[in-house]
Design a protein around this ligand. Structure first.
Ligand code: SF4
Length: 425
C-alpha cells in the first residue's frame, strides 16, 4: 500500500464539538496586508474607525516605507449622523484619492465593525463610484468586520466580491483561487505547465486587465481552505470546484496535483516525470525539519482555518500526534478530503469558546499549541510552547519547495525551548 492510500476511516464522520462563545481572533481587515501585494493596481479603502486604522498600521508597519495601497476613511460619529452625508463624504474621499493616484485600477471599499458603517450601503456606494469613475476603475466592496469574519475570511470576502464582475468565458480552463506569494505561484505554474494543464486563470489576478474570466468550462482548484464564499460565488457562475487535500507538504501537494491531473487527463508517466524530483526533495526536507517534531503532541486553537490541513501534514508527514484541532468554521465539503486522511483520535472542534478551549488545553498540555497572537504570550508564561497561526498565512508554505520550511516553522519553537533548557527536543 502506498502512503497516499488511507486504510483508516478518517475523520469525515467524526463528531465535532461546536463552540459558540467568546472569540479571540483578528478581523478580516488583516487580509489587506497580503492582498495588496498580490494586486499592485488595487487600493483598499477601509471605511472604519480609528481602531481599524491602528490595526492596519501595526499589522502592516513595513508599508510606511512604500507608497501605501491602503488607507482608512475614518468616519466620525458626526459624519455618520446622516447616511446621505456619509455617502457624500465617501465620494469626496474617493475623488481625492483618485486625483492623487490615477494608477489605481481596482478600488475595494472595505466595511468594518462600527454599527454606523454596517448601516452604510457600501455595495451601493461601489456601484455609484464605478459608474462615476469607470470603466478604467472598478470599485467593489466587501466586509472585513471582526463581527462577521475571522482574519482569513477577509481574503475570502474580497475574492468572492470579485467573482460576479469577472467576464464570462465558455473555455475549458483551470482557475486556481487563493492568493499565493509570487515565488510560490511561479513554482505552481511550473508544475502545471509541466503537466500540460492549460489555460490557467488566477484569482486574484495580478492586474485588473489580466485575462481572468469564468464560466461553465472552468474547473476551480482552491489553494486555501478558507475560501468557502469564493467557492460558492464561482459555482454560481457555472464553475466546478475540485475538492482535494490542500497543497501543504509533499503529500498534500501530490494529491492536489493528482486531482487536477485526473481531471485534465494527464498520463501517469507524465505525472511521475514532473513530480518525482520535487517530491523526493520535499520528503527529504520534511524528514530533516521534522526531527524535532516526531512523537510530539499538538493542539490547534481556532484561528486561521488552516488547522485541518496543517494537522494532516503534521500527523502524517512529521510524526506528530494531534490532541485537539479547533477551527473557526468547518466546511465539510471543502475539507472532506482532509478529514478522510486524518486518523481518528483528536478532538475536532468548530467555533470558539476561549475559556473552555483553554481549560482543555491546560489539561492536555500538548508539546505545541498553535494559536492567535493574543493567547500566545499568556500560554508561554504557563510553560506551553506556542506557534502563531498568523505566521502561517504570511509565510510561503504551499507546494513542494516550501514543505521543509513548513515543518521548520513548527519545529522552531520546540528547538528554542530545548536550547533554553525548558524541555528536551
Ligand atoms: Fe476592530 Fe472591527 Fe476595525 Fe477590525 S474591523 S479593526 S475588529 S473595529
Amino acid at each position: 500500500m502506498t502512503r497516499h492510500e488511507h486504510p483508516t476511516p478518517g475523520c469525515r464522520d467524526a463528531p465535532v464539538l461546536r463552540e459558540r462563545g467568546q472569540r479571540e481572533v483578528f478581523c478580516g481587515l488583516t487580509g489587506i496586508v497580503w492582498l495588496h501585494r498580490k494586486m499592485p493596481d488595487a487600493f483598499f479603502l477601509v471605511v472604519g474607525s480609528r481602531t481599524c486604522a491602528h490595526l492596519l498600521q501595526s499589522a502592516a508597519g513595513v508599508m510606511i516605507f512604500a507608497e501605501p495601497r491602503f488607507a482608512t476613511a475614518i468616519l466620525e460619529e458626526t459624519d455618520l449622523a446622516g447616511m446621505a452625508d456619509a455617502q457624500e463624504e465617501l465620494d469626496r474621499v474617493v475623488a481625492r484619492l483618485l486625483a492623487r493616484r490615477p494608477d489605481i485600477r481596482r478600488l475595494f471599499l472595505v466595511g468594518s465593525c462600527p454599527s454606523e458603517v454596517i448601516k452604510l450601503d457600501l455595495g451601493r456606494a461601489a456601484a455609484r463610484l464605478s459608474a462615476t469613475h469607470g470603466p478604467a476603475l472598478r470599485v467593489l466592496s466587501y466586509s472585513g468586520s471582526g463581527i462577521e469574519t475571522t482574519f482569513t475570511q477577509g481574503e475570502d470576502a474580497c475574492l468572492a466580491a470579485m467573482v460576479p464582475a469577472l467576464p464570462e468565458t465558455p473555455v475549458r480552463q483551470l482557475m486556481v483561487a487563493g492568493a499565493l506569494p509570487d515565488v510560490v505561484e511561479d513554482q505552481m505554474r511550473g508544475l502545471l505547465d509541466g503537466l500540460g494543464i492549460a489555460p490557467l486563470a488566477l484569482l486574484p489576478a495580478r492586474r485588473a486587465d489580466a485575462a481572468c474570466a469564468v464560466g461553465p468550462g472552468t474547473v476551480v482548484a482552491l489553494v486555501q481552505p478558507f475560501l468557502g464564499d469564493t467557492r460558492a460565488a464561482l459555482e454560481r457562475r457555472g464553475a466546478r470546484v475540485i475538492d482535494a487535500p490542500f497543497p501543504f507538504g509533499e503529500e498534500g501537494t501530490t494529491l492536489w496535483l493528482a486531482a487536477l491531473a485526473r481531471e485534465f487527463g494527464v498520463a501517469p508517466e507524465r505525472f511521475e516525470a514532473v513530480t518525482a524530483a520535487p517530491r523526493a526533495r520535499a520528503r527529504r526536507a520534511v524528514a530533516q525539519a521534522a526531527e524535532a517534531l516526531r512523537g510530539k503532541t499538538i493542539s490547534f486553537l481556532p484561528d486561521s482555518q488552516l488547522e485541518l490541513p496543517l494537522a494532516r501534514f503534521l500527523t502524517r508527514e512529521c510524526g506528530m500526534r494531534a490532541v485537539e484541532i479547533g477551527t473557526p468554521y468547518l466546511h465539510r465539503e471543502m475539507l472532506g478530503p482532509e478529514l478522510d486522511l486524518l486518523a481518528p483520535g483528536p478532538v475536532l472542534s468548530e467555533g470558539q469558546d476561549v475559556d473552555r478551549q483553554l481549560d482543555r488545553l491546560r489539561a492536555a498540555r500538548p508539546d505545541l499549541t498553535v494559536c492567535g497572537l493574543g493567547l500566545a504570550n499568556p500560554l508561554e508564561a504557563e510553560g506551553l510552547a506556542t506557534k502563531w497561526a498568523i505566521e502561517l498565512v504570511f509565510s510561503p508554505v504551499h507546494f513542494y519547495e516550501q514543505a521543509g520550511d513548513l515543518a521548520g516553522l513548527f519545529a522552531r519553537p520546540l528547538r528554542r525551548r530545548a536550547v533554553l533548557g525548558l524541555e528536551p527536543a
